[in-house]
Design a protein around this ligand. Sequence first.
Ligand SMILES: Cc1ncc(COP(=O)(O)O)c(C=O)c1O
Length: 394
Amino acid sequence: MLSEKIVHNLKKSSGIRAMFEEGERLRKIYGSDQVYDFTLGNPDPEPPESVRESILRLVRAGEKGLHKYMSNAGFADVREKIASSQRAETGYKVEAHHVLMTVGAAGALNVLLKSLLNTGEEVIVFSPYFVEYGFYAENHGGRIVVAQTRKEDFQPDAGSLEKTITKKTKAILLNTPNNPTGAVYTREVLKQLRDVICKKEQQLGIRICVISDEPYTRLVYDGVEVPCMFDYFINCVRVTSFSKSLSLPGERIGYAVLHPEMEEGALLMDAMVFCNRVLGYVNAPALFQKVIAENLDAKVDVDVYRERRDLLYGKLTSLGFRCVKPEGAFYLFPECPVDDDVRFKQMALENRILLVPGGGFGQPGYFRLAYCVDKSMIQRSFPAFEKLADQAGL
Ligand SMILES: Cc1ncc(COP(=O)(O)O)c(C=O)c1O
């Protein structure tokens, strides 16, 4: 009865479900404070107070029509507010008609890929990558092709990109700050990518859309700058959400913004609005469009995450784990000290540490720890990491 493709994908992603179940089992046996779960990118801090105030105020004010359908692109006043904040932030002439309100960054990516892809066309991602990208491309008849990052700093390797672009390449997906590595792509590397893309577009007679997936742009540490992708790519759509920056992942609110000078930008926006409708999202959640419009300048306390990063990174490296220090997002991606990252996941589990093997991000030989968790859990986990390091021969 079921789709063969979905049944196949269910098997492929069953590891995540198994991990969740294993975590539940361990919590029942040992109590939740004795299980160290670093698997999910689900922010631990509560949303800023101003967000709760907006929710309450908007609901109490009971503005007529607040909960109705609106244009599939989103509320006009919200799109205008976002455009205005984008103009101030980036200096580009972003107008409301360049902004599409979406069901999180995930919704924006699906709408965009559906608008771009013909069957069999390719989307290039850099390894390691957010595993859902593969499913999203497949949703719309495409497939991902993997280019490499540099081992020493996880910056995209322009040479590898050059080898990966073919006549079938429709889009290149960049994610900075990155999940799972925490790398923030530098201006120098972005210039290299731009040069390669221009060269290959000319050689092959194709047009490539750069998709910048940016849900973590506000989560950066030590004064690191996140370059604006519009400075490098004109055929560019930036996609973001408030899931991580305002701790609102369950509310499913985000947006896509097109480069104002993008080729066929108006047609692409029409296509995206249409796809938002026919994918069944219809429109982004109404109440939360209004909430975030009032909170475009609200910030999470980045120092909270920086402190956790320093704590966990410091402990792991002192135990001998090798890890590129993340500059943004809330993940560590250390090298796996044993030859098989799935076996290592099992060893960690025996010490009640839950982590995700690098293979889950297309990069075996590593593991990911999400440190968007309570600081005391990180501290409590240290004896378990000491034991694990010892068992792994560090
Ligand atoms: C790189 C990346 N892109 C997109 C998403 C999806 O975010 P959203 O909750 O806004 O749909 C995530 C969520 O973890 C992510 O890590």
